[in-house]
Design a protein around this ligand. Structure first.
Ligand SMILES: *Cc1c(COP(=O)(O)O)cnc(C)c1O
Length: 352
């Protein structure tokens, strides 16, 4: 199809199915996801609206700003929300999760898998394992995890996983997806407060098992964004998801080596739980690091984290040695240091 054609022709059923299949593949699930006709944040709000109800108690883990927001949306729907919140330079532990479950007997558990804002990554596999022991419905915001670390939806028993392509997958932000398990669908259907005939309705968008059309289909899916997503996911398939995750791991390791060589320390405390997408650098009074706006992939902290940390956004196409080297050079320049030794450390850690 020529580019001009592409712009005008609605998404075909074949393209729609291709998109669905590509998403299922990277999530290791046999169940087709719901395609969300907008940014991932809409999928996250739609999950909250769909599962929230008076009489339901949900444990919501907060390790960054997106988790707080999710909890507020659950509360708006009348849910009793048990917030398990940790300082944003830490991630949650399995023990904290287990003890909240034992104390409050929730029906579901929600958390953000990896946090680009804080640079932390929660122990997802362990959390799902605990949730399974207590037979809980599980919700994960994996927008910034997918492509940077594993997410085995079926094997780990993930009932709702929200993903977007604009982070590690180097794709468009205008179309996203929510993977929903059969149990997850039951959880939505059994909620009489779950939205219908609404942009927040997942039930309206349910892919049918019997071939009949959902209430709302392709017409409200941004065609160009959907095609861009198919392209991005096709590239992912070509490079290989495993290779992409490794590229992010390498970028994180190389960045860490670089900042340590400059005498800086990561803002996240536990080295076992660094996100592979961003490295956060503790400012701790170093005036030279107080930047107001991004310089390349080096960015100031968001919101309440401004002034406390710098973010190095080494994800997507920036999960590359060159991008990491530029970021480390930027930091060296801010600190008025010669970058050579730190760049050497980056190259050594990158291992090429
Ligand atoms: C980026 C991100 C989102 C949503 O991003 P939008 O670009 O607003 O769709 C949600 N959760 C996490 C953890 C993210 O990193």
């Amino acid at each position: 199809m020529s580019p001009e054609h592409n712009v005008h022709v609605p998404l075909s059923v074949d393209e729609y199915n291709k998109l669905t299949q590509l998403i299922s593949t990277i999530l290791f699930t046999e169940h087709p996801p719901v395609i969300i006709p907008a940014e991932a944040i809409l999928g996250i709000e739609a999950v909250a609206a769909g599962i929230a109800a008076p009489g339901r108690t949900i444990v919501n883990i907060v390790t960054g700003p997106y988790g707080s927001l999710f909890g507020k949306w659950l509360e708006r729907g009348g849910t009793t929300v048990i917030e398990v919140k940790v300082p944003f330079d830490e991630v949650v532990t399995g023990d904290q999760v287990a003890s909240a479950i034992k104390e409050f007997s929730p029906c579901a558990l929600s958390f953000v898998q990896a946090e680009v804002v804080t640079g932390g990554s929660n122990p997802a596999k362990e959390i799902f394992k605990i949730a399974k022991e207590f037979n809980l419905i599980t919700v994960t915001d994996s927008v910034s995890a997918v492509g940077g670390e594993a997410l085995l939806v079926d094997e780990w028993g993930v009932d709702f996983a929200v993903i977007g392509a604009q982070k590690a997958l180097a794709g468009p932000n205008g179309v996203s997806a929510v993977s929903i398990s059969p149990r997850g669908w039951e959880f939505l259907e059994s909620n009489k407060n779950a939205p219908r005939n609404s942009i927040l309705s997942l039930l309206d968008l349910r892919p049918s098992l019997d071939g009949t059309a959902p209430l709302r289909v392709a017409p409200n899916i941004p065609t160009l964004e959907a095609r861009a997503l198919i392209l991005a996911l096709t590239r992912i398939e070509e490079e290989g998801l495993e290779q992409i995750i490794q590229r992010h791991e390498r970028a994180a390791a190389a960045t860490l080596a670089g900042i340590e060589s400059l005498g800086l320390e990561p803002w996240q405390k536990d080295s076992r739980h660094y996100s592979t997408l961003t490295t956060t650098v503790r400012i701790a009074g170093k005036q030279d690091l107080q930047i107001e706006k991004p310089i390349g992939i080096v960015a100031p902290g968001d919101g309440e984290l401004f002034g406390h940390l710098l973010r190095i956004n080494h994800f997507g196409t920036n999960a590359a040695r060159k991008s990491v080297e530029e970021a480390i050079s930027t930091l060296a320049e801010l600190l008025k240091q010669v970058p050579d030794q730190a760049l050497q450390a980056v190259r050594l850690a990158w291992g090429e």
